[in-house]
Write a protein that binds this ligand. Sequence first.
Ligand SMILES: Cc1cc2nc3c(=O)[nH]c(=O)nc-3n(C[C@H](O)[C@H](O)[C@H](O)COP(=O)(O)O)c2cc1C
Length: 195
Amino acid sequence: MNEVIQNMADRRSVRKYTDRQLPEDILKQIIEAGYMSPNAGNKQLLRMVVCENKEINDRLGRLRKLVTKKFWWPEENEPFEFSDEELDSADVESSFYGAPCVVYLFSKKDFEFADGDAYIMANDLCLAARSFDVGSCVISIPTDYFLVDSAKEILAAWGIPEDYSIRAHAILGYPEGGFPEAKVHDLYAEPLYIK
Ligand SMILES: Cc1cc2nc3c(=O)[nH]c(=O)nc-3n(C[C@H](O)[C@H](O)[C@H](O)COP(=O)(O)O)c2cc1C
């Protein structure tokens, strides 16, 4: 394997993190790598919010989990709005696994390739992270949890325009207990080569 492909094999989803923050220069290089991602029509619409604030990340990670549960099992999880108390007392763990840095990727609501752009950039952030021995995981958006009132003020504080919505996350940090073993996924169907 060449160096690039080895880095791809070494990148595994990390779901347990130490509290250690990334050194500033490394975080900057990872984030800048995100701006190298292919993006539809070269419109470069994604906006990144790189958040190292534990309180905000924990809160949003728990909110995402609660909203996700509601989205998948709506009848079991009324109501859809969560008060601060409910959010703090609910028996859910953050979707961000305690990662010290969460990159929130926003794009324009009416852009048909917003999700494609976001997941490609999220993966590129993860690959760049692995090249610095930083752990990562792509975290999805089953539904827009920022629509909940308690998150809207965070959007406003971050200056996210109203015509933008959350599309994906990449979480970053140092793995607690090391990296999962490098692995080539083996459940895929064999590729069909046509000559
Ligand atoms: C589009 C997408 C969404 C994902 N969403 C989540 C998620 O919400 N939570 C999570 O823990 N992992 C998520 N993952 C990570 C996958 O579960 C992971 O890549 C897969 O299990 C393969 O393991 P590996 O990344 O260690 O190779 C996501 C990955 C992709 C590509």
